[in-house]
Design a protein around this ligand. Structure first.
Ligand code: FNR
Length: 338
């Protein structure tokens, strides 16, 4: 049997295969209310019917001011629980597990309201200049992640992913490029990690299931976090009980990136072997052979698929055929599956 289609147990949650629907913002909440819509139901449930092992709901704002856009999904209030609960019931009915990416955009929010960040530096000239966060703003954001975790539990998610990548709020604290603070949340690497560390502790006070963290393993800037810095963060996360590091890159400051098939896997592999922690590989992975190579050579434990799953909700079936694997369809489709 291929490794791609073999199950993996992660801290008590068993995924039926190693394919994860990568989190992808759909900017499809209506009325600026962050609620799940019929579009989200169709979008996520069809990938569960398509037999991915883990569906990950897109970056979902823990505070309204943490949205990238007014159309982002939200989990800042109890009114959001019911929609996610209905979504999860359906996702699970197809044998997939369900996860949600908890996010805060910080200085990358494109909203009419004031925005904030660790330091008052705009991403570029088309973004607003953020206000510098006070200690009470920081504490409020940490609390917001904690309340979001409780709501995620009430909505029956199996796994939480914390979005600490792509230059959003947590990444803005981690990176010396965006964090110029002089207090306990800035300066040394220990101080830059403090915000994420406190978020993890707060989330864990409400949440016993696995936690994944998505990070930018490369900032594509010589003044940014080095590989050594990244390995410090991942070893701290391991000590705090994080189950898996989802290894993405970029987005911290404007930079030139040269994406090629598997372009983020090198650092993913280094983190896996150095920190001895589970990792997720993502980025221009499009074939079964490619995914299988990554897993068999122990470069990652899960394969996150983004755009290939937008193009084909049945990507799992396509690569099962490619790898000569037989996977079960939703029962209704049995007569048309092979
Ligand atoms: C993304 N990506 C992304 N990443 C993330 O961590 N949270 C998010 O909400 C989003 N939103 C998003 C929307 C859309 C439309 C795309 C295409 C991408 C990044 C995504 O999860 C993935 O890391 C990249 O797309 C690279 O993987 P693929 O697409 O090459 O498989």
């Amino acid at each position: 049997m291929s490794k791609l289609f073999s199950p993996l147990e992660i801290q008590g949650v068993t995924l039926k295969n190693r394919i994860v629907m990568s989190p992808m913002c759909m900017y499809s909440s209506l009325n600026k209310d962050g609620m799940v819509t019929p579009f989200h139901m169709t979008h996520y449930i069809s990938r569960a019917a398509g037999q991915v092992g883990l569906v990950m709901v897109e970056a979902t704002a823990v505070q309204p001011e943490g949205r990238i856009s007014p159309q982002d999904l939200g989990i800042w209030g109890d009114q959001h629980i019911e929609g996610f609960k209905l979504l999860n019931e359906q996702i699970k009915s197809y044998g997939a597990k369900s996860s949600i990416q908890l996010a805060h955009a910080g200085r990358k929010a494109v909203l009419d309201s004031n925005i904030y960040a660790p330091s008052p530096i705009a991403f570029n000239e088309s973004f607003k200049k953020p206000n510098e966060m006070s200690i009470s703003d920081i504490k409020e954001s940490i609390e917001a992640f904690k309340h979001a975790a409780r709501r995620a539990k009430d909505a029956d998610f199996d796994i939480i992913e914390i979005h600490a990548a792509h230059g959003y709020l947590i990444n803005q604290f981690l990176s010396p490029l965006t964090n110029k603070r002089q207090d306990q949340y800035g300066g040394s690497i220990e101080n830059r990690y403090r915000f994420l560390s406190e978020i993890l502790t707060a989330v864990q006070s409400e949440w016993d299931n696995p936690i994944f963290v998505r990070i930018s393993t490369d900032e594509y800037n010589n003044e940014g976090n080095s590989l050594e810095d990244i390995l410090y963060f991942t070893s701290e996360m391991k000590k705090q009980g994080v189950a898996l590091i989802d290894c993405s890159s970029g987005g911290v400051v404007p930079a030139k990136i040269n994406p090629y098939p598997g372009y983020q896997i090198k650092r993913c592999e280094t983190i896996k072997s150095n920190t001895e922690i589970l990792t997720g590989a993502v980025g221009l992975i499009t074939t079964g052979i490619q995914a299988e190579e990554i897993l068999q050579n122990e470069r990652a434990d899960l394969i996150f698929i983004g755009r290939a799953l937008l193009r084909n909700p049945y990507w799992a079936k396509q690569v099962a055929d490619e790898l000569n694997e037989t996977i079960d369809p939703p029962t209704q489709y049995i007569r048309g599956w092979r």
